[in-house]
Design a protein around this ligand. Structure first.
Ligand SMILES: C[S@@+](CC[C@H](N)C(=O)[O-])C[C@H]1O[C@@H](n2cnc3c(N)ncnc32)[C@H](O)[C@@H]1O
Length: 189
């Protein structure tokens, strides 16, 4: 399955407009005030690096992990300072107590969640945003495995200090709205 995922994402990124690098996710930008301004960040399932670019600009060192070589090459071309790692997150070991920030946008792999917690330093921040099962009302073809249940994300990180949590529909310019859950949680110092 991960090999198929790599092919699928490589094709998708190859078809995309090469000129566009994309914008960081609005949830990241809206919450810039709570981001650390130095230290080490992990961008899991980074894609072409728009979020990583934002974090680098914020003063963080960034390790971006993705299964798509096409995405990583594009990211690295734009961001020489990025530490880009080609890896399958379903078979990836994260070190403990290493990151000041972990971000995970639009990639759902539930068994990574405890590893994210362990990988954070005390006081470190976790930011996750991804689709919820409400997406089924407009995209019934999406596998439920890739969609969050109502309240699932908040419940999964209830042992952390939850700084922000929201669930609902996000409007997107020129595209269908998305049903998402978004969380910012802090590992207790
Ligand atoms: C919807 S994109 C999200 C990209 C980026 N986080 C963003 O906010 O735009 C999902 C990303 O997950 C990556 N991905 C899918 N399966 C993966 C796996 N098993 N290991 C690592 N990355 C994976 C894809 O290559 C793709 O870049």
């Amino acid at each position: 399955m991960p090999l198929q995922d790599a092919h699928r994402w490589n094709s998708r990124y190859q078809e995309e407009n090469r000129a566009s690098f994309g914008q960081p996710r609005p949830f990241l930008v809206e919450n810039a005030a709570c981001l650390p301004s130095e230290g080490l960040a992990l961008d899991a399932a980074m894609g072409i690096g728009a979020n990583a670019a934002y974090l680098l600009g914020h003063g963080l060192r960034v390790i971006g992990v993705d299964i798509s070589i096409v995405a990583l090459r594009r990211a690295k071309q734009q961001l020489p300072g990025l530490m880009a790692v080609l890896a399958d997150l379903t078979r990836f070991h994260l070190p403990s107590n290493r990151f000041d920030l972990v971000v995970n946008f639009y990639y759902l792999q539930r068994d990574l969640w405890p590893a994210y917690y362990r990988a954070l330093r005390p006081g470190g921040l976790l930011i996750i945003e991804t689709l919820t099962e409400a997406m089924h009302t407009i995209h019934p073809e999406i596998s439920p495995a890739f969609l969050l249940q109502p309240g699932e994300l908040r419940q999964a990180f209830s042992h952390m200090e939850i700084l922000t949590y929201r669930e609902g529909w996000l409007e997107q310019k020129g595209r269908h709205p998305r049903a998402v859950a978004s969380l910012i949680a802090q590992k207790r110092p």
